[in-house]
Ligand binder design. Structure first.
Ligand SMILES: *[C@@H]1O[C@H](CO)[C@@H](O)[C@H](O)[C@H]1NC(C)=O
Ligand SMILES: *[C@@H]1O[C@H](CO)[C@@H](O)[C@H](O)[C@H]1NC(C)=O
Ligand SMILES: *[C@@H]1O[C@H](CO)[C@@H](O)[C@H](O)[C@H]1NC(C)=O
Ligand SMILES: *[C@@H]1O[C@H](CO)[C@@H](O)[C@H](O)[C@H]1NC(C)=O
Ligand SMILES: *[C@@H]1O[C@H](CO)[C@@H](O)[C@H](O)[C@H]1NC(C)=O
Ligand SMILES: *[C@@H]1O[C@H](CO)[C@@H](O)[C@H](O)[C@H]1NC(C)=O
Ligand SMILES: *[C@@H]1O[C@H](CO)[C@@H](O)[C@H](O)[C@H]1NC(C)=O
Ligand SMILES: *[C@@H]1O[C@H](CO)[C@@H](O)[C@H](O)[C@H]1NC(C)=O
Ligand SMILES: *[C@@H]1O[C@H](CO)[C@@H](O)[C@H](O)[C@H]1NC(C)=O
Ligand SMILES: *[C@@H]1O[C@H](CO)[C@@H](O)[C@H](O)[C@H]1NC(C)=O
Ligand SMILES: *[C@@H]1O[C@H](CO)[C@@H](O)[C@H](O)[C@H]1NC(C)=O
Ligand SMILES: *[C@@H]1O[C@H](CO)[C@@H](O)[C@H](O)[C@H]1NC(C)=O
Length: 581
């Protein structure tokens, strides 16, 4: 049992649970916990290799349950050469040796999850495969391969001077052309992300059936409860793969051509019919930033039967431009929060929102949006927890976020970084004679590695019995053992707030959202309402003590708080309170 901060204990009867306007679903009010298999825990004690494994995850389900999360999302564990940490799959139906290699381990995981009354989601990476998938190898072997059309193959373009060039002007998202020459057949294939991640051709109907069979139905038949879909809005590429229209020479960003592509909605609806219809599942698709509510509702509207929800990165990606930190402020963040909250509002449509600030692609949220210095780390972790647990939508927590884990130390050298993207960025700076210490600084702020250091179970790490782990351990002073029995810890706060959110789900999961202040650069102040019930959330997200820009009714009662004393009008740095009206 966790210890409750006395001041957080609220008599449930004081809050009326008014009827919500949203239909209630397990996947709306459930809290999702994302596990990154490589970095969670390793069960192997004899032949430990310093990587997490499936049995390790199963052994730690008690921790996830203690936190109050009830849906476990596993990042990819499938066969893969791991050039992009498993987001490059070479066989959709098998378990990577590194993670234990055994389907029985996965079956045991599913059955233990269900035995605890929890659910599980797997990661679906079907916008591309690994170039080591047998489908790609067959496809590449000959122009006559029966699997040739599962990928995009095109003849070279011949320039007037007789040299060979890629078929169109599309740039890869990691620099260079999106086309990669393959000398086996003398043609190029499309790999918008990397050469080792060839894009799959979704216009090929037999390809779609093969994907449904291997990547979806295989696992659904084993009893899983849904998927998180990688890059789900770009499966459909424009017919003929035309050049990006431009008057400029050189490679162009083709995202406007293939994001929300021509047959995207058709394919998602087909996937629902072929795989998900008749099953009680949850699907959430990875999107980018958006300011187009029409396009968002076309994916998540319940009546459209495409996906249940999507990840809009508006909140997470403010204040960055690739690997460059940029200025941001609370006014900009309010716009991002307002847009994502509106996406799940009944006033706008019948879609459903997802709430998150961390995942395996993002740095740690305290380092980005709070303050990771020893002075403010714990308090800012609680303030961000209060924000996330009081926003409407399905809540996602990423492993380590519940401990207040922060970015890796600034003394990491490039040899400590493992992510192919981080290394590519650094090498690019070296190649152009740029400032390498500036590049390292930017990596400590924004690299994906920041969220991939092993989960700290105790002061020694407790992640693996091998002292050499695939990515270095970081910040061991932030660990579960030190926090689990400490009522003032970030972990206890998260546990309390998740219980609080569930107890008052009409307000905090399903309720209507509205900012009551639009000016402050230190405070976020918003109202959650459901029928006659109302809560006002006031959070000081700054290092300055001060009074909030909005005066809450004197009759209002504080029902959740980050700091013990909440009599004062003035808020301490990173202090947050939830008032009930
Ligand atoms: C429920 O949603 C409908 C729109 O779908 C709206 O007209 C109505 O006012 C809402 N009711 C409440 C109690 O929010
Ligand atoms: C670990 O190795 C020891 C000694 O070789 C052996 O006795 C034991 O059974 C092994 N344990 C496992 C789980 O393989
Ligand atoms: C994937 O691996 C399984 C088990 O090893 C094997 O039976 C299956 O044929 C493989 N699938 C593909 C498409 O290579
Ligand atoms: C041919 O033309 C292209 C495009 O103008 C140029 O990049 C390339 O260097 C030329 N190749 C030769 C051999 O002249
Ligand atoms: C084709 O390319 C591969 C790898 O890029 C290389 O090892 C091989 O020698 C090439 N073969 C021919 C015939 O050029
Ligand atoms: C998915 O594929 C698209 C197009 O190839 C690419 O832009 C995107 O980055 C890929 N997503 C991931 C997460 O690899
Ligand atoms: C190309 O330039 C012409 C003339 O300046 C202009 O009218 C047109 O809009 C430009 N096209 C694109 C795609 O930028
Ligand atoms: C918003 O998205 C819709 C649907 O994809 C599209 O038709 C519309 O042109 C978009 N609006 C803007 C301003 O881009
Ligand atoms: C906040 O940031 C936006 C850009 O995101 C900028 O336009 C605006 O001027 C900034 N406001 C303040 C008060 O700094
Ligand atoms: C918040 O979003 C709603 C719905 O899109 C919009 O009506 C409202 O004007 C927005 N509020 C602010 C402060 O931007
Ligand atoms: C790097 O910094 C951490 C604390 O941030 C410290 O514990 C560690 O000893 C430092 N490592 C080196 C090699 O200086
Ligand atoms: C690091 O980011 C800053 C912006 O915050 C930028 O000015 C600088 O050029 C970046 N450094 C490198 C080496 O890319």
């Amino acid at each position: 049992m966790h210890l409750l901060t006395p001041s957080l204990l609220v008599a449930a009867s004081t809050l009326a649970n008014a009827a919500s306007n949203h239909t209630h679903e397990w996947w709306k009010e459930g809290v999702v916990y994302q596990v990154y298999p490589a970095s969670f825990t390793e069960s192997r004690s004899n032949n430990s290799i310093g990587w997490g494994d499936i049995k390790g995850i199963t052994s730690k389900l008690g921790h996830i349950q203690q936190l109050g999360a009830d849906i476990v999302w596993l990042s990819p564990f499938y066969d893969s050469p791991l050039k992009d940490m498993g987001y490059d799959i070479s066989n959709y139906t098998s378990v990577n040796e590194i993670f234990g290699g055994s389907l029985d381990d996965i079956k045991e995981f599913i059955s233990e999850v269900h035995g605890r009354g929890m659910r599980c989601l797997f990661d679906l990476v079907i916008n591309h495969s690994s170039n080591q998938h047998s489908w790609f190898e067959d496809s590449a072997s000959s122009k006559n391969s029966s699997l040739r059309d599962r990928y995009f193959w095109r003849e070279p373009k011949m320039l007037p001077n007789g040299t060979m060039a890629p078929p169109n002007n599309w740039a890869s998202s990691n620099g260079g052309s999106a086309w990669h020459y393959d000398n086996r057949t003398g043609e190029y294939y499309l790999g918008l992300f990397n050469d080792f991640q060839p894009d799959m051709n979704w216009d090929d109907a037999t390809n779609r059936q093969a994907i449904y069979h291997d990547a979806l139905n295989y696992w659904l038949d084993l009893g899983i409860d849904g998927f998180r879909m990688d890059a789900f809005s770009i499966f459909s590429k424009p017919e003929g793969l035309p050049d990006v229209p431009t008057n400029e020479t050189g490679l162009q960003d083709a995202r406007p051509l293939y994001n929300d592509g021509p047959h995207e909605h058709e394919y998602l609806q087909e996937m629902t019919r072929e795989c998900l219809a008749g099953r009680d599942t949850f699907t959430v698709g990875e999107y980018g930033m958006s300011d187009n509510m029409t396009s968002v509702q076309q994916y998540i509207g319940a009546s459209r039967k495409e996906v249940n929800s999507m990840f809009l990165t508006n909140m997470c990606d403010i204040g960055r431009d690739g690997y460059m930190p940029t200025a941001w402020n609370l006014t900009g963040w309010r716009d991002a929060i307002n847009f994502t909250q509106a996406a799940g509002s009944r006033a706008v449509g019948d879609g459903w929102n997802s709430v998150y600030l961390e995942n395996h692609d993002l740095p740690r949220s305290i380092s980005r949006f709070g303050d990771d210095s020893p002075q403010h780390r714990v308090q800012s972790g609680k303030a961000l927890s209060m924000l996330l647990t009081t926003l409407s939508g399905t809540l996602f927590v990423y492993q380590g976020q519940e401990l207040g884990m922060i970015n890796v130390p600034s003394n990491w050298t490039i040899d400590d970084y493992q992510d192919a993207n981080s290394i590519k960025y650094y090498d690019g700076v070296v190649a152009s004679g740029g400032n390498t210490s500036g590049a390292l600084y930017n990596l400590t702020r924004l690299a994906r590695d920041n969220a991939r250091s092993p989960f700290n179970w105790d002061r020694t790490g407790g992640f693996s019995s091998n002292s050499s782990t695939w990515t270095p351990a970081a910040n061991l002073d932030i660990n579960l053992a030190d926090q689990v029995n400490d009522a003032d810890s970030v972990f206890s706060f998260w546990t309390n707030m998740i219980a609080f959110r569930k107890e008052h789900k009409e307000l905090f999961v399903y309720g209507d959202f509205e900012f009551v202040d639009l000016e402050s650069e230190n405070f976020l102040v918003y109202r959650k309402s459901s029928g006659e019930s109302q809560a006002i959330v006031v959070i000081n997200l700054s290092k300055e003590e001060g009074e909030p820009p909005y005066e809450v009714d004197a009759e209002a009662k504080v029902i959740a708080q980050t700091h013990k004393d909440c009599e004062s009008k003035s808020f301490k740095p990173f202090e947050g309170r939830v008032y009930y009206l």
